[in-house]
Structures are given as C-alpha cells and as structure tokens.
Ligand binder design. Structure first.
Ligand code: COA
Ligand code: AMP
Length: 629
C-alpha cells in the first residue's frame, strides 16, 4: 500500500483506519468507541479504551522475550560517561521509582514536574509517572526559574523531580538554586522535591532541607505495577509558547498518542523493532517526548540519550561517532544542529573517520531547512535528509513522507505531503481554499487524528481561541504555507508572534513583556530576524521614556540580562536597538512585520495602513548605525 492509499483511507474511513492502527498496540481494554465527540464537541479517540503506556514501552517487550535488548543508551561526552540499560534493567529502576512515588502519596491524576538534564533518570522519571497514571510535565533544563514558576502555578505538581546539575559543554549548571528560587516564588507549595545527585562536584550544602534523594527513594521502594488508565487520561502536559506571555499547557492523551507513535515509527520513520533510533532532542521538547522516549520504546527500538552538543563535545564529528558506535539506523535532529556541524566541518573531514554503513535516513524538523544544508548533508553523509513538519500540539508529524515505502520522493525545501489523518488545507483570510502556489494559512479539518492535543490544561477557552475559532471546523496551525501541483507543502513560517531559535520555540510577546518592564522603556517590539546558524534570533526595538538618560549600551546590557534571568539563555536575545518611535498603523498597531523585514534587509512594500511613512527611513538609518557599532 502506498502513501496515497493510506492517506485516502485515513480521511474517508477514519474510524476504521484508526481502529486498525489501534490494534497494533496492546490494550488492557480495546476501545469500542473509536471516534466520539468529547467535551465541548472536540473529537475524542478511543474514549472507552484502557491501557498503560509504560507497559507498552517496557514490560511488554520483556514479556515477549526481549528483556536483554538494550532499551536506552546514554552517551555523555560532557562527563565522559556511557551506559546501557536493557529493558529488564530499565523496568527495575522505573518500577521502583514508581513505587517510591506511591510511597510519597502520589496517585493517578496527580501532576509532577520533571526539571532535569539529558540523563537516563529523566526518561525513568517520565515512565515512572506514566506507570502509575501521574501526569508529568517536563520542563526544559535551560529554562530559568520564572518559567518553572509559571508551570508550577498552572499545573500544581505534587512532586518536582530534578537533578543537582546540568552541563553545558564545560559549564556546570547547578539546578538546585534555580529550583529553590522557583519554589520560593511559586504560589503553591510543592510537597516533594526529589533530587537525583549526579555526584559531579556537588557539596552536601547544595542540597537544601526537605528534599528526597532519588537514589535512596529507588533503593528503599517496592516495585509498582502498571496502572491501566483510560485512553483519554492525560499522559503529560507540555508547555509551549503561544501568542501571549503565558505558555500553553498542551495536554496529551494516552491511547491515541501510543497508537499514533506506533504508526509513525513504522510508516514515517520506516524503522523496524530492534533497531537503534536516535532523536537528538532535549527531553523538554515535543521531539524528546515523542521520539526520544515513547515512540522508539513502544516500537522496541533502542533509544539514545545524548548529553552534549553537535559541536565542541568534543568536535563536530560527535553525531557521526554516535551513529557509528551504536549502529543508529534512523536519526532525527533540528536543521540548526546540521548547520552548526557544517560550519565547523565544511568539507566533511570528520565524517570520514566513522563507519556510517548502518545509517539509512536522517529526519529534520523544528524549523525550516535551507537547501544548502541539505546539499551539504547529502554530499558528505550520503543518506537522504528528510524534512517533515509538526508541532508540540500535534505530538507527531503532520507533513512528511511515508518512508516505509521506498518509493518515497523528496522535494527540496518542502516538508512533504499530509500524513495520514491530517486533512490539510491552505486557506486565505476569509476561509477559502487556495489553489497551488498561493501562500495562505495552513489549517487542518477536524477531527485531528489520534495523538494530537486533547486541549490546553485548565483553559478550554484559550484552546478554543488559539486553535478552533479562526475557521469553524478547522484547526489553525499558526503557520503559513504553499502547496504545489503534486500536493507537496512548503512551510513559509509562523504567522503569529512565535519564533524558532535554534529549534527552540519561543514567544516574542513574552520577551516584549520583559523588555517593557524595564523602567526606561516606553514601548518596544521584539521580532525574530534571520540568523545563519540558529534560523531565527530575537531582536528588540525599543523607544526609551522621555527624559531617560540611559545609553543604548547600558539599556542593551540590562535587557539582555533580564531576558536571560526570566526565560533563560536559550532565548538568545542579544540585540537591543533604540529608536525614536515605532512604525504603527493609523489605528496604533505596531507594524512588526515591517520592522522584521527592515532588519532582515529584505524588499518590502509600504503598508497602506502606515501612520507616517517617514519613519521607515528613520529606522533604516538607525539600523545602519546599529550594525556599524
Ligand atoms: N541548560 C542550560 N543552558 C542551556 C541549555 C540547557 N539545557 N541549553 C542551552 N543553554 C544555553 C547555552 O549554554 C547558551 O548559553 P550562552 O548564551 O551563555 O552561551 C544559550 O542557552 C543558547 O543555547 P543554544 O541556542 O543551544 O546555542 P549554542 O550556541 O549553545 O548551540 C546549537 C547551538 C545549534 C548547537 C544548539 O542550539 C543545538 O544543538 N540545537 C538543536 C536544538 C534541538 O535539538 N531542538 C529540538 C527540536 S528537534
Ligand atoms: P514546536 O512546537 O516547538 O515543535 O514548534 C513548531 C513550529 O516549528 C511550527 O509551527 C513551525 O513554525 C516550526 N517547524 C517545525 N517543523 C518545521 C519544518 N519542517 N519546516 C519549517 N518549520 C517547521
């Protein structure tokens, strides 16, 4: 069966199609209700099914006789450590940690925040929660305390699982002072702080009072069995940037997600059980959830946990070393990682050191991939680089290629065709479908397939307003796109205030809130400008208050510090330019797109609604001055 047949069946006979796919995973109660209207009319999959996803990831493989297969490989060039856990060893640790969580009083339906680096204990913590129906929320380790506070206040965790430190190349990032600060600032008390001591150079005094030691907890606890949960039980919350300062708690179900991931591993990634599959993403992002943990483990693949960077740990050959050492057959990363490698190793000299004969396919997502990066990859690595598109909200790819069928055809710069289940259309402003080669809004006809978001945690109104209110009966993706005559889709970028910095999704509105809070700032606009390495980086254009004597340099230094402290270094806001005034429409709206175009030095059309055209020249002059600093 080819991609087109699968796609057509998934749209025309959706219930039957997904019932068959659900049959590919094990349920404690197979669903009779396949597709129903959930709360508030939003479609729900497999409502009366029951299962446990930790069982699918771990226990079922042991029951099937694969207990000795490596489940998890940990490779940490930043600490010089490597280790492997078989499915049986992983079960031992996960089930005891789950028992430990029960002994602390956690139960199905509670929430737990996991704020940890790229170590196996993070994966164990996620699966221990899933084992007993505790809803986890993994917070990217690069986020500052304020981001942790927002999440704690929204999902009210009973436990926070963390580690003593992360490592950024050679820099140790102590987590506990960050956690301590977050706990101090959070509205509600978190009952249990569980800390994995990495025994790096920590001193006992760093561990504050009242914490539970992760290893003690595991050692003293009895293993817990998997608790079957309803298919629609939230497996996790994953906060992502939206168009306001407050991140959205994307809520994921259990049964639909497991079904979609099993489908993805087979049809999209074309990877067979038993092979090694590596998604080089942090656990804190959607890719880390779906394709470092749940997808490969459900499919009985060995997954790789890499604690390092694509470059400098120790060099730009580190990805190829891992692929060769662990016989990785399929890999997934963000284009920015390949760009970083290409910059360091333009002639692919480091690639030649490694045997990549097991490597079949490279998947890329998270941001647009430029053609020169694809060219470099294919020339030096010699395997297909396959772009595909998805979002935290979908949890699995929406555009891509079904590479299980070796006839798949890549079109450069396209993220592929709609994946089965995703009835993708490109609409104009008024909701009319556009013909090929016309740019518009990428929308998806409801119902979304299994695995896509259940909603936004505790905020149905925001869920409705963010995704369902723009075009009745359609999901609004927030991305612009063009389709060609063969059905391939080209993503043109976000149509809202979300930007992607080195594959990290961030909100410019959130940054604007921080910049505006500076006492000398009257108003500001933060936009994402093009960056050769990171794809996009934020740039702040600021109007200072009348009478303020602050210099541009001092203001820039203050703002850079404030953003680092509130969001984290990953925000990468390093440029702040002062202007006399911001370009606005006659009704007073800031023309952010115009500012972005001017900063990128691209051709532009003067917006018909602009209040005063002269401001364009003013800003262009200022940009020249700023750039020549
Ligand atoms: N904890 C603490 N700090 C972190 C961090 C973490 N987990 N992750 C990043 N940071 C810090 C970095 O140290 C850096 O700090 P600095 O400004 O003081 O130097 C800052 O945040 C920016 O980090 P990053 O954007 O990662 O830039 P980089 O120059 O360190 O690395 C890349 C550039 C391209 C190599 C890196 O961004 C990368 O590997 N990106 C891929 C992202 C990815 O996999 N995304 C998932 C989607 S598939
Ligand atoms: P995230 O939710 O962090 O996965 O970010 C999702 C956003 O990243 C999308 O809405 C897109 O704007 C962007 N994105 C993801 N994959 C691609 C891709 N293959 N090409 C272009 N943009 C992408």
């Amino acid at each position: 069966m080819d991609m087109e047949d699968l796609f057509n069946r998934s749209i025309e006979h959706k219930a039957q199609f997904w019932k068959e796919q659900a049959g590919e995973i094990r349920w404690t109660k197979f669903p009779e209700q396949i597709l129903t209207d959930g709360e508030n009319g939003y479609p729900q999959w497999f409502a009366d099914g029951e299962l446990n996803i930790c069982h699918l990831c771990i226990d079922q493989h042991i029951e099937d006789g694969f207990g000795d297969q490596p489940a998890v490989i940990y490779d940490s060039p930043v600490t010089g450590k490597k280790s492997t856990y078989t499915f049986s060893q992983a079960k031992e640790e996960i089930s005891k940690l789950a028992g430990g969580l029960i002994s602390l009083g956690l139960k199905k339906g509670d929430t737990a925040v996991i704020y940890m680096p790229m170590i196996p204990q993070t994966l164990f913590a996620m699966l221990a929660c899933a084992r007993i129906g505790v809803i986890h929320n993994v917070v990217f380790g690069g986020f500052a305390p304020h981001e942790l506070v927002v999440r704690i206040d929204d999902c009210k965790p009973r436990a926070l699982i963390t580690a003593t430190a992360g490592i950024e190349i050679a820099r140790r990032i102590p987590y506990l002072p960050l956690v301590e600060k977050a706990i101090e600032l959070a509205q509600d008390k978190v009952e249990h702080i569980i800390v994995y001591n990495r025994h790096l150079t920590e001193n006992r005094h760093e561990l504050f009072e009242g914490i539970t030691d992760y290893e003690d907890l595991v050692q003293r606890s009895e293993p817990a069995d998997c608790v079957p949960v309803e298919s629609t039980h939230p497996l996790y919350l994953l906060y992502t940037s939206g168009t306001t300062g407050k991140p959205k708690g994307i809520t994921r179900d259990t049964g639909g997600y497991a079904t979609a991931l099993k489908f993805s591993m087979k049809y999209i990634y074309g990877v067979a059980p038993g092979e090694t599959y590596w998604a080089a993403s942090d656990f804190g992002w959607a890719v880390g959830h779906s394709f470092s943990v749940y997808g490969p483990l459900i499919n009985r693949n060995t997954t790789v946990i890499f604690e390092g960077k694509p470059v400098m740990t120790p060099d730009a050959g580190t990805f190829w070393r891992i692929i060769s050492e662990y016989k990785v057959s399929v890999m997934f990363t963000a284009p920015t990682a390949i760009r970083a490698i290409k910059k360091e190793d333009p002639d692919g000299e480091l690639v030649k050191k490694y045997d990549l004969s097991h490597f079949r396919k490279q998947f890329l997502a998270g941001e647009r991939c430029d053609v020169s990066t694809l060219d470099w990859f294919e020339k030096h690595i010699g395997v297909p680089a396959i772009d595909h598109w998805w979002q935290t909200e979908s949890g699995w790819p929406m555009l891509g290629l079904m590479t299980f069928d070796e006839q798949y055809k890549i079109k450069r710069a396209s993220a592929g065709k709609p994946i089965p289940g995703y009835d993708i259309k490109i609409f104009d402003e008024n909701g009319y479908e556009l013909d090929a080669h016309h740019e518009g809004y990428l929308v998806i006809k409801l119902p979304l397939p299994p695995g896509a978001l259940l909603g936004i945690w505790n905020d149905h109104e925001r869920f409705f307003n963010s995704y369902l209110s723009q075009y009745k009966g359609y999901y609004f993706s927030g991305d612009g796109a063009i389709r060609d005559e063969d059905g391939y889709v080209f993503i043109t970028g976000r149509v809202d205030d979300v930007i992607n910095v080195a594959g990290h999704r961030l909100s410019t509105s959130e940054m604007e809130e921080i910049v505006s809070s500076h006492p000398d700032v009257a108003e500001c606009a933060v936009v994402g400008i093009d960056d050769e390495l990171k794809g996009q980086i934020p740039f702040a254009t600021v109007v200072v208050k009348n009478g303020s004597a602050i210099s541009e340099e001092a203001l820039e230094a203050d703002i850079v510090k404030m953003v680092r402290e509130k969001i984290g270094a990953v925000a990468c806001l390093k440029n702040v330019m002062t202007v006399k005034r911001l370009p606005k429409t006659r009704s007073g709206k800031i023309l952010r797109k115009l500012i972005r175009t001017l900063l990128d030095g691209k051709d532009f059309q003067v917006p018909s609604t602009i209040d005063d055209e002269k401001i364009i020249e003013e800003i262009q002059e200022k940009i020249q001055l700023y750039r020549s600093k």
